[in-house]
Write a protein that binds this ligand. Structure first.
Ligand SMILES: [Zn+2]
Length: 461
């Protein structure tokens, strides 16, 4: 099995905060898990740099969009190793390889008859970098997400004939029941498709020049939402070239990605607010290219990590930004907390109080005691040598549900495991095995040591 996992491709109008760290660490846990299983893994992260929000933020700061993108992309790139993320590659949408890839794929979509010139008239939110339907507008003229007054736009655009893909998208959702997770996000996307798809703007005209140039009309740039998702393909190409390997067997169904002996499984992580483009417009674009590109198997939408009930904000300096966070405590603390307590079923707020209490309880009390006890037990019962209890080959993983649902949740099970084994070693109860049984005792101790060392729970029969 070959496995690809991608973090959200982070937008560079602000600095990386804990929310970005959360999705990077989650993807890292999943990537490490699949490597432990012996699979070929390609783990990608990177930045999305075009579009109006970056252009506007740069203007405010008195720098060019490229300068702002360079500064912030560097911060995101530096963050991954500081978090101990094991990503294979970091891509930027301003890389020339990416631009060429976008132009080639979208040219094919046009050649196939799915692009035409039209005039867009309606509401536009510069913070979302998105046009708004009437049902996405509040108080008559405000963005329902940003609560700012929308601008009324009228401009000539290239349009993508999204309406031509309704049936094919419905078929895709029927064939892949786990195309989008969690289920409520899938239902939302499917309801949007079934509600009737309208053609959408593919380009921006004279008002915005910060983007990938439309090859057949150099006055226009592609709308950022069409440029960014193609990055996943371009990144694999750049990575493969740098490593003397091939990229087409990851992405082309006709060149290995669908090989029954070694199929590629592709999981994409993203914030829940970005789901619509990745689950509707992007798969339609790929269908429109008429080429056998591999599409995502499961897109996992993440709820928001907030800051004491509100959103993180670079401009308002609300939240914990990663340069501060890593000065306060090293990466392992953040990795633990975000993986075990990051928002799952709904949005959740980071608070220092919860961070302090869970870190003390889980790491100092449970894990610390666990390691202490197994070391002491090894000394007193086995003269300091870990017994070969025969746990090799016993599977059992710390990441729950990773086979079916790509949620790298580690809370619960292994803390219980550490606590139970720790208690058994300390006082003989609750007793998972008969302490008089020497073979079983050796097995459990070895399993405990392997668990502490490799970060996986060895499940004994
Ligand atoms: Zn908005």
């Amino acid at each position: 099995m070959s496995f690809t996992v991608t973090t959200p491709i982070y937008y560079v109008n602000g600095a990386p905060h804990l929310g970005h760290a959360y999705t990077t660490i989650a993807a890292d846990v999943l990537a490490r898990h699949h490597r432990q299983r012996g699979e070929d893994v390609f783990f990608l992260t990177g930045t999305d740099e075009h579009g109006e929000p970056v252009a506007l933020a740069a203007e405010k700061l008195g720098v060019t969009p490229q300068e702002l993108a360079d500064t912030n992309a560097e911060r995101f790139k530096a963050l991954a190793p500081l978090l101990d993320a094991s990503n294979d590659f970091f891509i930027r949408t301003t890389d020339p390889e990416h631009k060429a890839g976008v132009q080639a794929i979208l040219q094919t979509v046009k050649d196939n008859g799915y692009v035409e010139l039209g005039r867009y008239e309606g509401w536009y939110c510069p913070r979302c970098a998105d046009f708004k339907n009437e049902n996405e507008v509040e108080d008559g003229d405000k963005c329902a997400i940003h609560h700012i007054v929308l601008t009324r736009e009228s401009e000539e655009n290239w349009f993508f004939k999204l309406s031509a893909f309704q049936e094919r998208l419905e078929a895709l959702y029927a064939e892949q029941p786990e195309f989008v997770l969690p289920r409520e996000r899938r239902n939302e996307a499917l309801a949007f498709i079934e509600g009737g798809l309208q053609d959408v703007s593919l380009s921006r005209g004279a008002k915005l020049q910060w983007g990938v140039q439309v090859p057949w009309d150099p006055e226009h740039v592609f709308y950022v939402w069409f440029d960014a998702p193609i990055e996943y393909i371009g990144a694999t190409e750049e990575w493969a070239e740098a490593n003397g390997t091939t990229w087409r067997d990851w992405w082309r169904l006709d060149e290995g990605a669908a090989n029954p002996e070694n199929p590629v499984r592709y999981v994409q992580f993203m914030g829940k607010d970005n789901v619509a483009f990745h689950t509707v417009s992007f798969p339609a674009t790929i269908l429109g290219s008429g080429e056998p590109w591999k599409t995502v198997d499961t897109l996992k939408a993440f709820n928001w990590l907030n800051w004491y009930g509100g959103k993180f904000s670079t401009s308002q300096k609300r939240g914990v930004f990663m340069d501060q966070a890593l000065e306060i405590l090293p990466a392992d603390y953040w990795r633990w907390h975000l993986t075990a307590y990051g928002p799952e079923g709904s949005d959740a707020a980071f608070t220092w109080e919860q961070f302090q209490s869970t870190t003390n309880k889980d790491l100092a009390d449970v894990l610390g005691n666990f390691v202490n006890r197994i070391l002491k037990f090894t000394e007193t019962r086995f003269e300091g040598v870990v017994p070969a209890g025969g746990v090799d080959g016993h599977e059992g993983w710390l990441v729950h549900g990773a086979d079916r649902v790509p949620v790298p949740r580690v809370s619960g099970g292994h803390v219980d495991f550490y606590a139970a084994v720790g208690r058994w070693i300390l006082d003989g109860g609750p007793v998972p095995v008969d302490p008089e049984d020497a073979v079983r005792t050796a097995q459990v101790l070895e399993a405990a040591v392997v668990s502490a060392r490799e970060g996986r729970v060895v499940r004994l029969d």
